[in-house]
Design a binder for this molecule. Structure first.
Ligand SMILES: [Zn+2]
Length: 90
């Protein structure tokens, strides 16, 4: 695991289990600094719409669909139970 810019592993090779949130898969593979940045984007809906987050990640060769981001933000994924600390926007 390196920085976002060094991370070019395809998502299909990252997946460790068949179940879960794609946002969680990405977050779990980032180092602490990068995870903090991505979480700040996810929790800052005013400045980062799902499209902005997706486009910023694509610049670092990380693919995250709008659907995954939106579902994660609606808390309809396993992250709510597994990582409540990821949600800081109330
Ligand atoms: Zn999630």
């Amino acid at each position: 695991m390196g920085s976002l810019s060094e991370d070019s592993t395809p998502p299909s090779q990252r997946r460790r289990s068949g179940y879960g949130c794609n946002v969680a898969h990405v977050l779990n593979d980032l180092d602490n600094d990068d995870r903090t940045v991505l979480l700040s984007w996810l929790n800052n809906r005013r400045q980062y719409g799902a499209r902005q987050v997706s486009e910023r990640l694509a610049e670092h060769d990380i693919t995250l669909s709008l659907k995954s981001i939106q579902r994660h933000r609606r808390r309809e994924c396993c992250c709510v139970a597994d990582h409540p600390e990821w949600f800081t926007d109330g």
